[in-house]
Ligand binder design. Structure first.
Ligand code: ADP
Ligand code: MG
Length: 224
């Protein structure tokens, strides 16, 4: 998203209440790839015509945390389908909607989770593992104290039980592991996002890894 599309992005002081698109603006600034998107508050979906289809429609609002559970995420839309999809979403979502995020749909890949948490005893910790629907079922994650080195990043990925998923399996090509490592360094490496943990903890879930790169398609920021 361009800086212009994010003119309502949270200032650091507002980070505790930051919405997904605001967290993504912060991530983008820090060098984390996020999908291109636009924020729509007035039901004028015109600006979304500049985005490449297929599109993803997500609602945001103060009470919307687990968006898919609330029916607040729809994938695979054309720009022409947005207005009807948004009214259907508004009708079923059981929480007030402050606006919509329309973004480009990333190609399918291996869904990872990347987190930054502050351990009360050890301080800033980077978490990396299998994300998306697998995160809760498999709990396949690795942890390292920040700052991590590139070697740490590679070791974290190598230590996952699902590490083979990154190398390609059943004929699928290997993902761009260097891009995953770069993202882990941006989060937990020297000068990385972990230095902003005073703002709160970060959860990027999922980060989609493909043979051509990585993109954080969801991001949360929990008040510090
Ligand atoms: P939730 O609040 O439910 O975690 P997400 O933003 O993570 O909502 O969206 C739910 C799922 O939809 C994600 O786990 C991912 O599989 C898919 N998804 C969301 N945004 C995108 C996107 N821009 N491109 C591709 N897939 C997406
Ligand atoms: Mg998510």
């Amino acid at each position: 998203m361009s800086a212009d599309e994010h003119r309502d992005a949270a200032s650091p002081g507002d980070a505790a209440s930051a919405y997904e698109h605001e967290v993504k603006a912060l991530l983008r600034e820090a060098g984390v790839p996020v999908p291109r998107g636009v924020v729509v508050r007035d039901l004028d979906f015109g600006p979304a015509a500049e985005l490449a289809e297929p599109l993803v429609l997500k609602a945001f609002g103060p009470g919307l945390v687990h968006k898919s559970d609330a029916g607040a995420v729809v994938l695979g839309l054309t720009s022409g389908e947005l207005p009807a999809a948004a009214s259907a979403m508004a009708a079923r979502v059981p929480a007030p909607i402050a606006g919509f995020l329309v973004e480009e749909q990333a190609e399918a890949g291996v869904e990872l989770i990347v987190g930054l948490v502050r351990d009360p005893a050890f301080g800033p910790v980077l978490l990396a593992g299998l994300g998306g629907v697998w995160a809760e079922a498999l709990r396949d994650t690795a942890l390292r104290l920040c700052p991590i080195s590139e070697q740490d990043a590679r070791a974290m990925l190598g230590s996952l039980r699902g590490a083979a998923l990154l190398d390609g399996h059943r004929g699928s090509p290997p993902v761009d592991v260097d891009a995953v490592v770069k993202l882990l360094m941006t989060a937990g490496g020297p000068g990385g996002l972990w230095e902003r943990l005073d703002l709160g903890e970060f959860e990027l879930n999922p980060v989609v890894a493909t043979p051509s790169g990585v993109v954080a398609v969801d991001a949360r920021h929990l008040p510090g």
